[in-house]
Design a protein around this ligand. Sequence first.
Ligand code: AG3
Length: 284
Amino acid sequence: MTELFDEGLHSGISLGLEVGDIHYQDKTEHQDLMIFDHARFGRVMSLDGAVQTTENDEFIYHEMFAHVPILAHGSAKKVLIIGGGDGGAACQVLKHSGIEVTLVDIDRTVIDLSIEYMPTVSDGAFENPKLNVIITDGCQFVKETAEKWDVIIIDSTDPHGPGEVLYTQEFYGDCKSCLTDGGIIVTQNGIPFVQADELRNSYDRLGTLFSDVSFYMATVPSYVGGALAFGWATNDTSLRKLDTHVLLERYLDAAIETDYYSPEIHQASFVLPFYVQKILTADK
Ligand code: AG3
């Protein structure tokens, strides 16, 4: 009998992935980590039983996480990634020449094992001199740093376990204080169909801090329950409404190759279906 990895992140729903070879299965200092092979997704990494990264669909998540805020910003020089120990977001950000990245992850083991078992995800990012890796608690880091960034990418696990603090009002406020004028914060905000409360909480919390808060969406096949929402928070309300030709010009100037992101997808991803809009506006 083939072993099934049963995600069980959302109550009453299970995601069964047929497990091929298992490369790692142990506790890190912070969480349970498993790396195994799957016939369609390629190598899969889970943390505390939830799929985080798969070799074959990570490009969708990481391209949308990196290129949407960077190309909307238009002149980002410094990007901060909180979490993202697999290096996938860093890899996409570093496709933009002239950007320096600081990556803060609490768990060094995630980085080490990602480099060892899923090297295509970071694709050399950890050897790039433009990437500065800091192993510490992201919450603590944004509270204490005096540095500022143009784009902050919060590439966290879901709001359970070590990731929970990365969804609090306090953390969002500390991120705001290390954002340059016109800077943008993007967040991993879960699957609205199964995580409506998480979406609404982030919307309300970010809404007290920024004049433009919204979400954009993309479907990542290994995240069960439908399209994933990325949170968007900035004080520059124009950045979400750029014309496609502006984005296209920036995309061509950046000379990056993508397999999911395009300026058209960028624009369309901000169009929220009514069921998602209703989560944001419903009486609480
Ligand atoms: N962080 C997002 C994990 C989302 C998990 N959700 C799920 N399994 N439905 C992933 C980190 C990738 N850099």
